[in-house]
Design a binder for this molecule. Structure first.
Ligand SMILES: NC(=O)c1ccc[n+]([C@@H]2O[C@H](COP(=O)([O-])OP(=O)(O)OC[C@H]3O[C@@H](n4cnc5c(N)ncnc54)[C@H](OP(=O)(O)O)[C@@H]3O)[C@@H](O)[C@H]2O)c1
Length: 352
């Protein structure tokens, strides 16, 4: 097996940020993508060898042939790509990292727990901003305590947008995660998107509203806390009535796979204008409540969310190459502890 780190989807926003973060850690990646020209342009920014592969199926086959040490998958929707790549990594014993951010993809990865343990490699899912930031706070809040009754996590990403197209990977992931859910009595149950809106006062004194938007952090917070009731919310969720009604209608339509594929292709081509990050910091937030009425709250402050999404997989890849992984399927803080985020520029601000 070679000491290589492959980035699948290396021409994308996340792929390029991860390659830059690896370069900062003195590691060069193999940039994997569908188009030689776009890969060459990406390599001019970050360096790295190029591997042209026309599809995810072809990439899975190349993993089996070339046996890289670490594979980082940035191609959503992860419900479609992760099972193929994880299974190839099981066959070779390559470590696997992805940016999955929806409950179904995380659940599909956890179903492969016993296979990962047999293959003696680490599978780390949810290594992007949302899951990693909120999970790390929950791990800190719950350390050394019994399971709380209720946990709420909020993510407030602050992200600059570069001019370009929205992209099928991002749009496909968004359209595939429009089904509202929460954890109730320990089980994933339907819940309206945009429900449970709350206005938070951030540690810097500014205010922001978050509302229910169950992404992968819902499952990660449940696993980290053991709480029977968990809600996850985001500042990006629709909280006004018209926006919530539109999202509910869209989520009903997107249950048809063929319609979702057409919408993903069409919306993926939409031109996006450059936009500055809306605030100086991105934030993760969590509140846990115990049976005796105790409540604990914590924050994670970090910079631009996309930078953090690049730093987390790069830091994890570095740690895996130096032998600090262990066999199984994990979210980042479950394997490396809450302080993985401090190696990626985050700072915890914990209440008493
Ligand atoms: N967990 C988190 O917090 C978090 C944060 C950021 C992003 N994400 C997720 O990460 C994914 C990537 O986001 P992004 O902003 O980096 O997207 P992006 O800029 O559109 O990049 C997507 C990459 O995937 C490739 N790709 C797309 N469809 C493909 C296919 N069918 N087969 C092979 N390659 C394909 C593209 O390659 P081509 O050049 O060939 O088109 C491109 O390199 C999204 O699913 C997003 O939701 C998660």
């Amino acid at each position: 097996m070679t000491d290589e780190i492959w980035i699948i989807g290396a021409t994308g926003r996340s792929g390029q940020t991860i390659a830059a973060q690896l370069a900062q850690r003195n590691r060069q990646a193999v940039l994997v993508g569908r188009d030689a020209g776009r890969l060459e342009a990406a390599a001019q920014q970050t360096g790295g060898q190029l591997l042209v592969s026309p599809s995810i199926v072809a990439t899975a086959e190349k993993i089996r042939q070339q046996r890289p040490r670490v594979v980082i998958n940035t191609v959503g929707p992860f419900t479609a790509t992760a099972p193929l790549i994880i299974d190839a990594c099981h066959d070779t014993g390559s470590h696997y990292i992805d940016l999955a951010n929806d409950p179904d993809s995380l659940a599909a990865a956890f179903e492969r727990q016993s296979r990962a343990a047999e293959s003696e490699h680490s599978v780390i899912t949810g290594a992007g901003f949302g899951v990693t930031a909120t999970e790390s706070i929950v791990v800190k809040l719950c350390a050394g305590r019994p399971a709380p009754l209720h946990v709420r996590v909020d993510m407030l990403p602050s992200m600059a947008t570069a001019e370009g197209t929205a992209g099928e990977a991002l749009v496909g992931s968004l359209l595939g995660s429009l089904q509202g859910r929460r954890i109730s009595d320990g089980r994933l149950v339907p819940a309206p998107i945009g429900a449970e809106a709350m206005t938070l006062t951030l540690p810097d004194g500014t205010r922001a509203t978050t509302a229910g938007m169950p992404l992968g952090e819902l499952l990660a917070a449940h696993r980290a806390s053991g709480a029977p009731s968990v809600v996850s919310a985001s500042s990006a969720a629709p909280s006004s009535l018209p926006a919530r009604t539109a999202v509910t209608a869209l989520s009903t339509l997107m249950r048809w796979d063929w319609l979702r594929s057409v919408a993903t292709r069409q919306l993926g081509r939409i031109h996006v204008k450059a936009k500055d990050a809306p605030r100086q910091h991105s934030w993760g937030h969590a509140v846990a409540t115990w049976a005796d009425g105790t409540t604990r709250e914590g924050w994670l402050r970090l910079g631009e969310a996309q930078e953090f999404t690049g730093a987390v997989p790069a830091e994890i890849a570095q740690r895996l190459l130096t032998g600090s992984g262990r066999p199984g399927v994990f979210t980042p803080a479950a394997l490396f502890g809450a302080d993985i985020v401090t190696s990626c520029g985050g700072e915890h601000l914990m209440g008493s």
